[in-house]
Design a protein around this ligand. Structure first.
Ligand SMILES: NC(=O)c1ccc[n+]([C@@H]2O[C@H](COP(=O)([O-])OP(=O)(O)OC[C@H]3O[C@@H](n4cnc5c(N)ncnc54)[C@H](O)[C@@H]3O)[C@@H](O)[C@H]2O)c1
Length: 253
């Protein structure tokens, strides 16, 4: 119950899916959580449901100027920032011959450049007091998938960006740890939404092929990914920095 007592967390993309599950897990362990998302209506409603230690603010993580506003709001509402979970992300199922330059750039913007913007802004606030930054990468940053070239590139980028930032923060004596979580397939709207862009036959084939590659034979529940986020956010991982925590039912083993 008290693993995050007194800690202030910011979780992006927290209106649903893995971000919402992370916010719930952090709150359940005593944290105060600022949740942000593009989807203000859902985010507001979820934060209200989660009680007085949760708050919501609309944010487009790709907009540099909004980061300062969000961090100011966190400071004002809860005091300084201890944990940033860079979770917001998007995915499109389109192979390299069919992905447009616009989708490529948007995917890199949301999944990678926004992680940089958030991390840079958070370090400025955490310097001197310490903190933990948890970047949600993916097993798709470890292995290639023919229909996810822009997503693969963005998540591979998140993993290495995480490492260079972790080394910098540790060597600078900031007491800021930076890690990534690499989820396998989890049961969220990202997966169902991406599958919905395929024909029903292609979607079923993709889902069956993917399940067959997972030794545990099932997708993850969002709470199972949130448990990894919680560990990296908490002081239990005090000697862990620059790591990728893979949570994939054995898929990449
Ligand atoms: N679901 C999976 O199988 C899976 C696997 C590996 C990694 N991930 C990663 O986990 C993270 C969360 O995924 P999810 O499955 O919960 O997805 P989701 O689509 O269910 O939720 C993503 C949330 O991010 C928000 N968002 C999107 N763009 C945004 C932006 N520019 N600014 C602010 N918010 C924005 C959306 O509104 C949404 O609420 C993503 O980074 C995703 O790449 C998911």
């Amino acid at each position: 119950m008290d693993r995050m007592k007194g800690k202030v967390c910011l979780v992006t993309g927290a209106a649903r899916g893995l971000g919402l599950a992370a916010a719930e897990a952090l709150l359940a362990q005593g944290a105060s959580v600022m949740m942000t998302d593009l989807d203000a209506a859902t985010g507001e409603a979820e934060a209200a449901r989660l009680g007085r230690h949760a708050a919501f603010m609309p944010q487009d993580v790709t907009r540099e100027s909004q980061w300062a506003q969000v961090l100011d709001a966190v400071q004002e509402r809860f005091g300084g920032l201890d944990v940033l979970v860079n979770n917001a992300g998007i995915a499109h199922i389109l192979d390299v011959e069919n992905v447009s330059a616009d989708i490529w750039r948007r995917t890199l913007d949301v999944n990678l450049s926004a992680v940089f913007l958030g991390t840079q802004a958070a370090i400025a606030r955490m310097k001197g007091r310490g903190g933990s930054i948890v970047n949600i990468a993916s097993i798709e940053g470890l292995i290639g998938e023919a229909v996810l070239p822009s997503y693969n590139a963005s998540k591979g980028g998140v993993r290495l960006f995480t490492r260079s930032t972790a080394i910098h923060c540790a060597r600078s004596g900031y007491n800021i740890r930076v890690n990534s979580v690499c989820p396998g397939f989890a049961d969220t709207q990202m997966v169902s939404g991406a599958l919905a862009t395929l024909t029903p036959e292609a979607a079923q084939q993709f889902a069956e092929k993917t399940l067959a590659r997972i030794p545990m034979g099932r997708f993850a529940q969002p709470s199972e990914i949130a448990a990894a986020v919680l560990f990296l956010a908490s002081d239990e991982s005090s000697y862990v920095t620059g790591s990728d925590l893979v949570v994939d039912g054995g898929m990449t083993a």
